[in-house]
Design a binder for this molecule. Sequence first.
Ligand code: GRF
Length: 200
Amino acid sequence: MNICVFASGGGSNFRAILEARRDNFLNSGIKLLITNNSNCGAVLIAKEFGVDVFHISRKVYPDLPGDEYGKIFLEKLGDYNINLIALAGYMKAVEPAVVKAYTNRILNIHPALLPSFGGKGMYGINVHKAVIQSGVKVSGLTIHLVDEEYDRGRILFQKSVNVEENDDEYTLQKKILQFEHKYYPFIIKKIEEGEIGLDE
Ligand code: GRF
């Protein structure tokens, strides 16, 4: 597969995927990073690993109609023959034209057990804060397909992580992130091997 990662932040999941490729755990090529934030950590990681970066943001194209804005993504993805997109801390909604063209070919990782603690506003530390405030004893991570609705696509994998008495949002985030780094490459490998079917 030819993979494109979409990221906006620190990029630690992006790094985990690149390291899995470097160590030949993954066979797919990580061909491109798409980001809306040219100053983010993920861009530095792309440079470190020699991965091309495409920066695109609504700020650059404020007046372009939605479908034409979506086309810019599609052309770039086409240039790199991308057949799998992995969102890794991408803070924007994926353009509808891209969701349509890549039906069942866009993965996301979410740091909680969906459908709980997902949806609008549930990103970054907010997720873990809400988990701690709710008093639940179990959180975790979800890897799912992306469709038109936020955090609602078919769930491919979940891993639960206990919320301990002394956890706060930061310790919980750290614990879950470590599992994300392990399981995101692991699930991509299962997709490569056909053990997880995306079209089922
Ligand atoms: C991760 O917690 C991921 O689950 C969520 O955003 C965070 C990205 O972290 N979607 P990083 O940029 O990969 O370090």
